[in-house]
Design a protein around this ligand. Structure first.
Ligand code: SF4
Length: 181
């Protein structure tokens, strides 16, 4: 919108209060960051704290993230909560791969972040060996408040992304692939 239009909207009392200006990135990021739908990957004791964060005392709904989805195609943030054994890790990776872009990951607790106390042949030493992690939440187990703080950190990260640019780059890459085929 030109400067003239901007001034017009700013001084027209008929539209004042009903119009605001923003950047596409800011609008997309605002919507995304306040509607993160978790894929709850509760694998051990940390999963109980994850469940508690949805209860009324902690109320994860205050952050728009109460829509826990057990279908990867409807989720955009995987919360890995618990010990990741090698046996389970491939299932976690498969579910991650089935989640659509854009997607984010929170490693909740010592086990998910680093294997925790389990320096054993059966335990993956951190889910970041398999999938990219955006936020690590420390603790064994972390309290629900710690998870909520991690969620707020993720929201902040999402609000700083160049969403529109990423979308158009992915779109032009897809168009290029289609034209080559
Ligand atoms: S970090 Fe502690 S509480 Fe969480 S899954 Fe590992 S052992 Fe259990």
């Amino acid at each position: 919108m030109s400067d003239d239009n901007t001034q017009h909207a700013a001084y027209d009392s008929k539209v004042e209060g009903n119009v605001f200006f923003t950047k596409v990135d800011a609008a997309i990021n605002w919507m995304r960051s306040n509607s993160l739908w978790p894929m709850p990957m509760g694998l051990a004791c940390c999963g109980i704290e994850l469940m508690a964060s949805g209860a009324s005392r902690f109320d994860i709904a205050r952050f728009g993230a109460e829509v826990m989805r057990f279908s990867p195609r409807q989720a955009d943030v995987m919360i890995v909560a618990g010990t990741v054994t090698y046996k389970m890790s491939l299932a976690v990776k498969r579910i991650w791969d089935q989640m659509p872009e854009p997607k984010w990951c929170i490693a909740m607790g010592a086990c998910a972040s680093s294997g925790g106390m389990y320096r054993s042949y059966a335990t993956l030493q951190g889910i970041d060996n398999l999938i990219p992690v955006d936020v690590y939440v420390s603790g064994c187990p972390p309290r629900p408040e710690a998870l909520l703080e991690g969620l707020m950190k993720l929201q902040k990260k999402v609000t700083e992304e160049e969403s529109a640019k990423a979308h158009f780059e992915a779109d032009s890459a897809r168009t290029l692939e289609t034209s080559k085929a």
